[in-house]
Design a protein around this ligand. Structure first.
Ligand SMILES: [Zn+2]
Length: 177
């Protein structure tokens, strides 16, 4: 009896673990702190050597603004998408989305955005920190201090350096009351 039970236990240990490799969704291209980054865009800023550090400093500024920390983004994937719109559940096509992961478009009115600071990343980090899918919090309309902190950085176009305008309009959303 005892010997038979031991043999059974040993046999169970040989179950292959290959199935685990298929789990976990998209492999990130690189990581910034605990967040994975996936690039599905050929916008010049996503190909620039400083892209990871620009994401980091932009997210850092956003977390400061929203009162969050990197732990709010642990396990989150940030996708930079070259399509004009990203899918966002029942919200339909959007310039950005947070649904546990973050997706932002790198196009604005058909033009390539020139820097990460000008995407809606800061807005979506806000959802990651405070939720507020209905945009009730007044901070959605008051990005001036944050835009100021990110101003004056280099932008990138296909033809070379470009301006980088962290335009507050891109991130704003009128509070829904
Ligand atoms: Zn929003």
């Amino acid at each position: 009896m005892t010997v038979f039970a031991r043999i059974t236990r040993v046999t169970r240990l040989t179950i292959p673990l290959l199935a685990l490799a298929a789990c976990g969704g998209v492999q990130p291209d690189f990581r910034v702190r605990g967040a994975g980054v996936v690039v599905r865009s050929d916008a010049a800023f996503t190909r620039s050597a400083d892209f990871p550090t620009r994401i980091e400093s932009t997210v850092e500024a956003a977390l400061g603004y929203w009162g969050g920390s990197w732990s709010d983004l642990a396990g989150t994937t940030i996708v930079f998408d070259g399509s004009p719109h990203v899918d966002c559940g029942n919200l339909g096509p959007s310039t950005g989305c947070y649904d546990g992961d973050i997706r932002v478009s790198t196009l604005d009115a058909g033009e390539s955005i020139t820097c990460v600071e000008a995407t809606v990343l800061v807005h979506e980090v806000g959802h990651a920190v405070i939720g507020d899918a209905g945009h009730v919090d007044p901070r959605w309309m008051d990005f001036t201090s944050l835009a100021g902190a990110l101003y004056g950085r280099t932008g990138y176009a296909a033809t070379g350096p470009a301006s980088c305008d962290p335009v507050a309009n891109v991130w704003r959303h009128p509070p829904r009351t």
